[in-house]
Design a protein around this ligand. Structure first.
Ligand SMILES: *[C@@H]1O[C@H](CO)[C@@H](O)[C@H](O)[C@H]1NC(C)=O
Ligand SMILES: *[C@@H]1O[C@H](CO)[C@@H](O)[C@H](O)[C@H]1NC(C)=O
Ligand SMILES: *[C@@H]1O[C@H](CO)[C@@H](O)[C@H](O)[C@H]1NC(C)=O
Ligand SMILES: *[C@@H]1O[C@H](CO)[C@@H](O)[C@H](O)[C@H]1NC(C)=O
Ligand SMILES: *[C@@H]1O[C@H](CO)[C@@H](O)[C@H](O)[C@H]1NC(C)=O
Ligand SMILES: *[C@@H]1O[C@H](CO)[C@@H](O)[C@H](O)[C@H]1NC(C)=O
Ligand SMILES: *[C@@H]1O[C@H](CO)[C@@H](O)[C@H](O)[C@H]1NC(C)=O
Length: 462
């Protein structure tokens, strides 16, 4: 049992009493707690201080804020134990942890996700922008009273739906900083396999799968017709209907591809016991289908290393989570409440960040289907930012990792836009390609900890 002490403090913010509960291990390596971001809405956070921290006046020590997707998937659980945190789901050290390069802040975002919870069903957020307002309240509570944190640039790094959260949160954070309400330095925003433009992704699925032999012409035709319907619904502002059509399209593609895995199109859907047909797909089923995202990476359910067992058992005890809060217990409601915003694009928000000079980095796994590179390339081409033409015409550089000369990916940058194409990775890039992902995050955060493989990793940033 680890030693910890409890700090409970109450701070007066603009109009509300914000209650912050914080625990910290005695060695200071871990801190966690809840912030009441609104009445009846509680957000859980977990902070890891890096053992590699270097004091370098030229290069401040970075903090990574990881935002998971879903919406409704837990960063504290999935991102931390299954992707980039110091321990894996067997509580064994992860040698590729991003903690080597930066401090890590995991947040169960938005409220209702993971250990975060709401006290009544009207308190879930219904839009990305509402989520951003809660996220900003959390950062105010954590950063405003801590000068150490204020001296570190914060890099928001997102996966999947987390990308829509990241861009809206970053804009809200900048506004709060400008208004003098938040003491924080935003280092940049990173969009990993992010759901920024649902229309571009849904219309990429058919053509991509046809080209890699996973659909035939008839499957392509059916898929294209639903993708067109989605485009029309989005143009008409029918976002909720578009979410239903998206569920229908996923079902149709599953049927016509013999259940391709949406997170890696070279695989079969690993855990699809339901085997649904398109006609059986109703709205609730569509929600469940996507919320399988939450379980995609788990080992044998109930067995050693099972994420649900870990988070609802050992880790729940360690973090002193209230007895009546179940990890992920409100996740489905989080998704349902966001149904009307799920398909809304956030390309304009990326443009706004670029225009403000914020470093925006995009990375995408080559084999992802749900947020396919084909779709990401398509929305990037829609950016109105004045550097986009030159960016698109800039030559890419190959990426290597480790001793071999194998091509691991490509990257290019122009001004404050950066893109990494990661080869042989699906939706979960840090899981599929931990070496190149670690080198990439070192570069994004300009970590003072130099990589041992730097000489094999030429980076050009202008
Ligand atoms: C990290 O661990 C994995 C498997 O657990 C191993 O394949 C890899 O070589 C290790 N990497 C380093 C840098 O030690
Ligand atoms: C747990 O119980 C507390 C007080 O007993 C209540 O305020 C809170 O809403 C409950 N939380 C959940 C998730 O049910
Ligand atoms: C909130 O909704 C869930 C699921 O629909 C339901 O089980 C629960 O009882 C509701 N809670 C309250 C306080 O109404
Ligand atoms: C500020 O944050 C740092 C990094 O987590 C931590 O070590 C320190 O104890 C915090 N200070 C206070 C006063 O909370
Ligand atoms: C969480 O754990 C409690 C007991 O520790 C158990 O009663 C409950 O069923 C578990 N919930 C889930 C969803 O695993
Ligand atoms: C953006 O990143 C580059 C390094 O890639 C760095 O030189 C520059 O200072 C960063 N800009 C901002 C505004 O943080
Ligand atoms: C693209 O780059 C090439 C050189 O790399 C240059 O000759 C050409 O004019 C550029 N085109 C545009 C549209 O900028």
């Amino acid at each position: 049992m680890e030693k910890f002490h409890v700090v409970v403090f109450v701070s007066l913010l603009v109009l509300l009493f914000q209650i912050v509960t914080a625990f910290r291990t005695q060695d200071g390596s871990e801190a966690w707690g809840y912030v009441q971001v609104r009445p009846k809405a509680h957000m859980f956070w977990l902070y890891y201080a890096s053992p590699n921290r270097i004091q370098d006046p030229e290069k401040p020590w970075p903090i990574i804020l990881w935002l998971q997707g879903g919406p409704g998937a837990s960063g504290v659980g999935i991102g931390n134990f299954q992707e980039i945190g110091p321990l894996d789901t067997f509580l064994k050290p992860r040698n590729s942890t991003w903690l080597q390069k930066a401090d890590l802040l995991f947040v169960d975002y938005p409220v209702g996700t993971g250990y975060s919870f709401v006290e009544d069903n009207n308190s879930f957020v219904q839009t990305d922008v509402e989520a951003a307002s809660d996220g900003t309240a959390l950062l105010m509570a954590l950063f405003n009273r801590n000068e150490t944190l204020q001296q570190s640039p914060l890099y928001i790094v997102a996966e999947s739906y987390g990308g829509k959260f990241a861009v809206t949160l970053a804009l809200s954070v900048l506004k709060a900083i400008e208004a003098g309400k938040l003491k924080l330095y935003l280092g940049g925003v990173t969009l990993g396999d992010s759901w920024i433009s649902p229309e571009d992704f849904t219309s990429s699925w058919g053509p991509l799968l046809k080209d890699v032999s996973r659909l035939d012409s008839s499957g392509l035709e059916k898929s294209n017709s639903v993708a067109l319907l989605i485009k029309q619904q989005l143009e008409a502002g029918k976002f909720s209907e578009a979410t239903d059509s998206w569920g229908q399209l996923e079902g149709l593609i599953s049927d016509n591809s013999n259940n391709v895995d949406f997170y890696n199109f070279l695989l079969d859907s690993a855990d699809d016991p339901l085997s649904l047909t398109a006609s059986e797909l109703k709205q609730e089923v569509a929600v469940k289908r996507y919320s399988r995202y939450l379980h995609r990476l788990r080992s044998s359910p109930g067995g050693d290393g099972d994420i649900d067992t870990l988070m609802n058992g050992t880790i729940k005890k360690k973090f002193k989570i209230p007895e009546n809060v179940t990890w992920g217990g409100q996740s489905d409601e989080v998704f349902t409440a966001l149904q009307g915003d799920f398909m809304r694009p956030r390309i304009n928000e990326v443009d706004e960040l670029l225009a403000k000079g914020v470093n925006v980095t995009i990375y995408n796994g080559q084999l992802d289907l749900i947020c396919a590179t084909k779709g990401t390339n398509a929305w990037v081409e829609k950016l109105k930012w004045d550097g986009i033409k030159t960016f698109l015409n800039t030559t890419r550089n190959p990426l290597y990792c480790g001793a071999d000369k194998k091509t691991r990916g490509f990257t290019k940058s122009y001004k404050n836009l950066h893109f990494y194409w990661i080869l042989e990775a699906g939706h979960f890039v840090p899981v599929d390609q931990p070496c190149v992902a670690l080198t990439m995050i070192e570069s994004i955060t300009q970590s003072p900890v130099a990589s041992k493989v730097e000489s094999h990793f030429p980076l050009v940033r202008t």
